[in-house]
Design a protein around this ligand. Structure first.
Ligand code: F6P
Length: 370
């Protein structure tokens, strides 16, 4: 292993650059290998390739910098979605990319991505390219790792937004709704909802009833709290409905979700007569500087990924387990996503402190007012 290729794929997340920095510093400084950055995800390996060698000088000052200096794509020529939902990985793209890897002298790749990008990485592994994956996504929905880097920074941003919404909600006696990211999972919503003192938390894992949400708002009013705070994951849906999309995506997994917050606002105003406002936090959760923990996690992941590749580990993903960095088979890591357990500790905690998850079968809290 003399030359490592480095790829960042899928939606960006805080601390991608911190991983890049750690890979370059460890690869060049500790093992004396070359690190070649591949631009715009795997797309930089097709046609007139877009790559550049990264030296320790190139990664100076990257720890606090958001985004990725290599660029990223969440659509490309390595995955096609058929109308029936079938996912196809065209052999021609992989063959062309592998020829280019050989021409560039790249012996193995470190790939920073979520489930989609890591599935492409696993496919390269099947063609015999040594690959190590690094789990990235603000959604924290990758299986077999306690945390993905980027998640805790997104959580900080969502929590600060809730703190700010609290004061304006209270001043105006309004219902304030914060729509956060989370395509299939409610990790950002439930963590920020607990940290920011939301009254209602709506997540994709627990379909909600609008009656239960309005009941909670009325109960709060009966007990003297004239405002309420709701945090909703973009992928949440009613028991009677589907997820809401901004774009027509069919079976394409990159179709853009959004709109559930505005729907809630309109329904709540119509049913309770209270004024409601919706804020969509969107890409503020993904942009900007990573927090201290994400910088540290990204650095640990990056350094460990190089060590794995140099030791001869293949087709693995680095992962956080308790407080250790370990590896798990890449093939297992991409098999399914990690969702919030509806009967798990986080949901239980939320209910213990009086938060409604909007479930129709949730005990209707006709509480004694404190
Ligand atoms: O990284 C995943 C994610 O944050 C999802 O929660 C969200 O649906 C998606 O990215 C949006 O990505 P983009 O706007 O880049 O298509």
């Amino acid at each position: 292993m003399k030359t490592i290729g480095l790829v960042t794929g899928g939606g960006d997340a805080p601390a991608l650059n911190a991983v890049i920095r750690a890979v370059v510093k460890t690869g060049v400084g500790e093992y004396g290998v070359r690190v070649i950055g591949i631009e715009d995800s795997f797309e930089g390996l097709l046609g007139e390739t877009r790559t550049r060698e990264l030296t320790p000088v190139d990664v100076r000052g990257l720890l606090p910098r958001g985004g990725t200096i290599l660029g990223t794509r969440n659509k490309g020529r390595f995955v096609q979605y058929k109308p029936d939902g079938e996912v196809v990985m065209p052999e021609s793209s992989f063959r062309e990319a592998i020829q280019n890897l050989e021409r560039l002298g790249i012996d193995g790749m470190i790939v920073l991505g979520g489930d989609g990008t890591l599935a492409i990485a696993a496919e390269f592994g099947k063609y015999g390219i040594p690959v190590v994956g690094v789990p990235k996504t603000i959604d924290n929905d990758l299986a077999h790792t306690d945390l993905t880097f980027g998640f805790l920074t997104a959580l900080d941003i969502a929590t600060e937004a809730l703190d700010r919404l609290h004061t304006t909600a209270e001043s105006h006696d309004r219902v304030m709704i914060l729509e956060v990211m989370g395509r299939h999972t409610g990790w950002i919503a439930i963590h920020s909802g607990l940290a920011g003192g939301a009254d209602v938390i709506l997540i994709p894992e627990i379909p909600f009833s609008i009656d239960a949400v309005c009941h909670k708002i009325r109960e709060r009013e009966r007990c003297g709290s004239d405002f309420s705070i709701i945090v909703v994951a973009e992928g949440a849906r009613e028991t009677t409905g589907e997820q809401r999309y901004l774009t027509q995506g069919g079976s394409d997994v990159s179709a853009r979700l959004g709109g559930i917050g505005y729907y809630l606002r309109d329904e709540i105003e119509a049913r309770t007569g209270k004024e409601a406002r919706c804020v969509v936090l969107g890409h503020l959760q993904r942009g900007g500087s990573p927090n201290a923990f994400d910088r540290m996690l990204a650095t640990s992941f990056g350094a460990y990924a190089v060590r794995c590749l140099m030791q001869g580990d293949r087709d693995v993903m680095v992962a956080l387990h308790a407080s250790d960095i370990i590896t798990v088979p890449l093939a297992e890591a991409i098999l399914g996503i990690k969702t919030v357990p509806p009967a798990g500790g986080l949901v239980r905690t939320a209910r213990d402190v009086g938060v409604s998850l909007g479930a129709p079968d949730e005990p209707q809290m006709d509480v004694e007012c404190e």
